[in-house]
Structure formats: C-alpha cells, structure tokens
Design a protein around this ligand. Structure first.
Ligand SMILES: [Cu+2]
Length: 177
C-alpha cells in the first residue's frame, strides 16, 4: 500500500510543479531571478502602456498604501485614467500630493488623471499616485498587487505592482541601472 500511495503523492507534486511554472511565465523558481525578470512589469492595452508599476511595503492591515507607475498614451487623443480597482484594499482613490511650504497633504482627484496625446505621466512619490485605502493585508516586499486601471476611452489595463521595501523612494532597482 505504501508504494502506490507515495507515487500518487509524487505525481500530484509533479503536476503542481508543472501548473506553477506554466502559470508563472519564464520563472525558474529562483526568487532572485524572477525578481529581476519582473523589473519592468510593463503591460499594455490599446494605446496605453504602463511601465514599472510599484508600491511600498506596509506592515499592518487597515493602513493606506500608495501605488506608482509611468503611464504612456501612444494615441493621438488625450485619455483620462478615471479609476482603479484592486482587491488589495477596501477602497481606492486617485490622489495627488500637494506641498505648501513644509506641509505635504494629499487631495483626491475625482475627475481622474489625464494623459496627453502621445504623452506620458509619472505617478511617483511626492506627486500623483494610486491610493489604496485600508489595505486588507500587509503588503510584503516581493508581493505583486493586482490592479486594474480604467480609462475614459473604455480601455482597461491589468497591472501588477511590485512591492518594494519600506523607505523606497523611486522604486527603481539599483541593481539594474
Ligand atoms: Cu494618497
């Protein structure tokens, strides 16, 4: 009885491994490797390209978190990012950080964020950003947060924000520059 059972378990493990690797693109299973391969995290839909989507580790559920990326519009009409959707937080919002003297505060952008024709915008610390209001679970370095961006053109784009260490200010992986 032992051998058939053991081989069944082995078969299941093998199948799980196959499912895992096919679901993870060119992942070698090596964490260090997959991290660098996902450096860009670039995705596109229609005229819109999202580059380098990232977030920052947040240790406690219920806190807010920010998301950053570069968004390019290759089309010849301006497009407005109206909303983003994520299962990572109870609510989401588009925000801008505004500095007055030494004070930095955030304001919501209910009208969305417009990307000019043949242009791009950068969501980055100190400026425009996605805001996750009350995250459901801590954001852990190396996690990828699924986010769907919605545009007034009807374009929807699914991106994955790479979670960088606490304290990261530009999201760029120094190893690759
Ligand atoms: Cu904010």
């Amino acid at each position: 009885m032992f051998f058939p059972r053991a081989s069944t378990i082995l078969l299941m493990l093998l199948m799980a491994t196959i499912a895992w690797s096919s679901g993870h693109g060119h992942s070698s299973g090596d964490m260090k490797h997959s991290k660098s391969m996902d450096h860009a995290g670039e995705v596109s839909s229609g005229d819109i390209v999202v580059m380098h989507p990232w977030s920052r580790a947040v240790p406690v559920a219920g806190m807010n978190a920010a998301g950053y990326m570069k968004i390019m519009n290759k089309g010849d009409k301006a497009v407005t990012l109206t909303q983003f959707v994520s299962s990572a937080s109870a609510k989401t919002s588009l925000h801008e950080t505004v500095k007055k003297g030494d004070m930095a505060s955030m304001r919501a952008l209910p009208e969305g964020i417009t990307i000019p024709a043949k242009g791009s915008i950068s969501l980055q610390p100190g400026g425009l950003h996605l805001m996750f209001l009350k995250i459901k679970a801590p954001l852990v370095e190396g996690d990828k947060i699924p986010v769907t961006l919605k545009f007034d053109s009807g374009t929807e784009l699914a991106a994955k924000l790479m979670v960088k260490p606490i304290g990261t200010t530009d999201g760029h992986d120094k190893m690759h520059h």
